[in-house]
Design a protein around this ligand. Structure first.
Ligand SMILES: NC(=O)c1ccc[n+]([C@@H]2O[C@H](COP(=O)([O-])OP(=O)(O)OC[C@H]3O[C@@H](n4cnc5c(N)ncnc54)[C@H](OP(=O)(O)O)[C@@H]3O)[C@@H](O)[C@H]2O)c1
Length: 349
């Protein structure tokens, strides 16, 4: 198949392009040329900006049969691509996110659950708007879209890696702060599994107009995830749960903390993706090992991680100082309360 990958030089796009080439597709990529990338030599790069209609028209003139859109973040971006490719392609695969699902008091999340409609939700709302534009196009003109909604995507080359966030601290013997509780599960999917599903979505029959959730099968707590990363790195993890409210008051941006949801548990049903798109997740520990070994080989400190994305960036030395003071204070408080309460219960003892 002749396929255009919009945003095919980045993290997820790079893995997807590799998978498409492995399957023998004829692949072109649209990107501005800002992100440094090593595309396979069979792949042609259309250097252009998706916000520029002339660049989109150049991409259209390639006469592709299908498009995979990796990096649409707004309704306008998706609409421009619909306008460009409507009636000339047989499949359009949109990379969405599990975040488009509105918070509900039932688990697991299923694809028919309502989408976010609150504009103040930022990223989640904007990505939901992309899906609404696609659904409208499907209903009105039969635009043949498939939407893939992954949980957090982890793996080699991740430019906002949660795993490398932990790894940097673990190998440096620094404490790892977990806001609130680390008993909540991570919600993640391996990037190579996502790339396979995006490729399968091109090739599968009868899936136009559908959305699919993706997440690994295993339920793993944040604390166990940190311990597993440490074990792969051959180290011990020193992690400490600190109330989220306290961290916020101390100036931390809670978004820097991997898998932090404020206590919300995110679990989705992936049955539809398994049935229709051949989703077969790599076992969690194998995927994690490949990821951690990638970062260890390159040196974790020199590689990006989630905290680089969020301001303010609190220096790691401050984290260490905070943890030391927090531990000393909570231990002193526990001693004081114990003495006080035992004394009240048994005066004179
Ligand atoms: N990471 C996660 O955990 C996760 C979870 C769920 C969903 N997602 C989805 O994954 C997508 C991000 O994928 P990624 O991590 O692979 O992104 P990425 O590494 O930042 O790569 C972005 C790609 O888009 C290209 N690009 C950026 N701006 C462009 C423009 N104006 N015109 C043309 N090309 C442009 C970049 O190349 P140039 O810079 O050279 O243009 C690059 O090829 C988003 O749609 C996000 O919603 C991510």
């Amino acid at each position: 198949m002749k396929v255009l990958v919009i945003g095919g030089t980045g993290y997820i796009g790079g893995h997807t392009v590799k998978e498409l080439v492995r399957r023998g597709h004829d692949v072109s990529v649209l990107a501005r040329g800002v992100t440094r990338a090593q595309l396979p030599e069979e792949v042609s790069l259309v250097t252009g900006d998706r916000h520029n209609s002339q660049d989109l028209a150049r991409a259209r003139s390639l006469n592709v049969n299908a498009v995979i859109d990796i990096n649409a973040y707004t309704r306008e971006e998706t609409q421009a691509v619909i306008n460009t490719f409507d009636s000339v392609i047989s499949r359009f695969v949109h990379l969405s996110t599990l975040s488009v699902c509105r918070e509900i008091d039932r688990l697991p999340l299923v694809e028919s659950d309502a989408l976010v409609t609150d504009p103040t939700a930022g990223y989640a709302y904007d990505k939901a708007e992309c899906e609404r534009a696609l659904r409208w196009a499907y209903t009105t003109t039969g635009f043949p879209f498939v939407s893939v909604r992954p949980a957090v995507v982890f793996g080699p080359r991740d430019r906002i890696s949660r795993e490398n966030y932990y790894l940097k601290r673990i190998v440096a013997d620094d404490p790892v702060i977990v806001p609130g509780t680390g008993a909540t599960p991570i919600f993640a999917v391996y990037v190579k599994d996502l790339a396979e599903v995006l490729a399968n979505a091109l090739e599968s029959e009868g899936v136009s107009g559908a959305a699919y959730h993706l997440s690994q099968s295993e339920i793993v707590s944040i604390n166990d995830h940190i311990a597993n990363i440490a074990q792969i790195a051959g180290c011990e993890a020193d992690f400490v749960e600190i109330p989220a409210r306290l961290l916020e008051r101390l100036g931390f941006n809670l978004q820097q903390f991997p898998y932090y949801t404020g206590g919300r548990i995110v679990v989705c049903d992936t049955g539809a993706a398994t049935r229709d798109l051949g989703f077969e997740p790599t076992p969690y520990l194998r995927a994690l090992r490949e990821t951690i070994e990638y970062f260890l080989a390159l040196g974790p400190e020199g590689q990006p991680s989630i905290e680089d994305r969020f301001q303010p960036l609190i220096p790691r030395q401050r984290e260490r100082t905070l943890v030391e003071r927090y531990r000393a204070s909570t231990s002193a408080l526990e001693d004081r309360l114990t003495d006080q309460w035992l004394n009240e219960a048994m005066p004179g003892m």
